[in-house]
Design a protein around this ligand. Structure first.
Ligand code: NA7
Length: 294
């Protein structure tokens, strides 16, 4: 019998992920707060559930891909929530970046229902999700990971497995703390060059010729030069990731002064109206502050 998957959250990342699962041969039932976003995948053969509970009921695997821990909470709880639909032996896989506190709390509540939880945050952006080229860090009990593995592989190019859900959530925060500092530093430095009269294209070329070059700067450098702010990964979500890193640091006793500044920069970008733009639009904020344009 084909495996049944319930998939909740058809945003930028969730829609292509659910579609990849459908293409891989799973029987997919979807739910999204804004139901119309399900139209495309329903036309391709997925079933639309009326409630999160219905979406999660009687499935071999249940996936969530939601903005943050608050969205996750809204979808999990209540009489029509995902948790109400889970029974003993069921598996919930959260692909959202919802942080270590949420992973800890969701794991307990899924276990209370006799189920098993895997935190499987995504590394990559929309294009990677569409091409099933994401990196996924999956943490949870070995037997549960084994059951979820084929579906996780259908959405990713690289699957990194850990024994614990909270550790997987933490790993994602670590990776995005690195990425956040890189892109904020890049945008700030480009604006420094531009404000002194350097040609931004030449700056990008020179950084890329140096030992500091990176695929991130190659990709985002092009987007910045073209002023293409179409969100592969929205600044508002990047700000959330730095906030979650700060929370984990507070819980663990780690100090992250750089991350705290990066978070403030992203928060400024959101406040300036750039929240829905791609992460690289942080450069645009620096250009504006330096009274120069790329
Ligand atoms: P998007 O494109 O912002 O999509 C977010 C999804 O979360 C989308 O399906 C939203 O439904 C849903 N959402 C947000 N708030 C709620 C509440 N309160 N209740 C129910 N559903 C909600 O994010 P991405 O796909 O780019 O990212 C998903 C995760 O991967 C995120 O953690 C990233 O950091 C990494 P809507 O369509 O708005 O009704």
């Amino acid at each position: 019998m084909r495996m049944r998957i319930g998939f909740l959250g058809l945003g930028t990342m969730g829609a292509p992920l659910a579609n990849n699962l459908r293409k891989a041969g799973y029987v997919v039932t979807v739910w999204n707060r804004t139901a119309e976003k399900a139209d495309v995948i329903v036309k391709k053969g997925a079933t639309l559930a009326r409630t999160p509970r219905e979406c999660a009921s009687d499935k071999d695997l249940v996936f969530t891909c939601l903005s943050d821990e608050k969205a996750l909470e809204a979808v999990l709880e209540g009489s029509q929530g995902v948790l109400a639909g889970l029974k003993a032996g069921d598996i919930l896989v959260d692909t959202s970046t919802s942080g270590t506190r949420a992973a800890r709390s969701v794991e307990l509540r899924v276990r209370d229902r006799g189920g098993s939880f895997v935190a499987a945050p995504l590394i990559g952006s929309r294009a990677g999700a569409e091409k099933a080229q994401l990196v996924i860090v999956a943490g949870g009990p070995a037997a549960t990971r084994e059951k979820a593995r084929p579906a996780l592989r259908a959405m990713s190019a690289r699957l990194i497995e850990l024994d614990d859900a909270v550790q997987a959530a933490l790993m994602k925060l670590v990776v995005n703390a690195v990425g956040g500092a890189m892109i904020a530093g890049f945008g700030e430095a480009l604006a420094l060059g531009a404000s002194g009269g350097l040609d931004v294209a030449k700056v990008v070329e020179t950084v890329q010729a140096s030992g500091f070059h990176s695929p991130l700067y190659l990709m985002k450098g092009e987007q910045i030069l073209e002023e293409d702010w179409d969100a592969g990964f929205a600044i508002s979500l990047a700000e959330k990731d730095q906030r979650l890193a700060q929370e984990a640091a507070a819980d663990q006793g780690a100090k992250m002064p750089l991350n705290s500044t990066v978070r403030r920069i992203f928060a400024d970008a959101v406040e300036s109206g750039r929240g829905d733009r791609d992460l690289c639009a942080v450069a645009d904020l620096f250009f504006e502050q330096a009274k120069t344009k790329s």
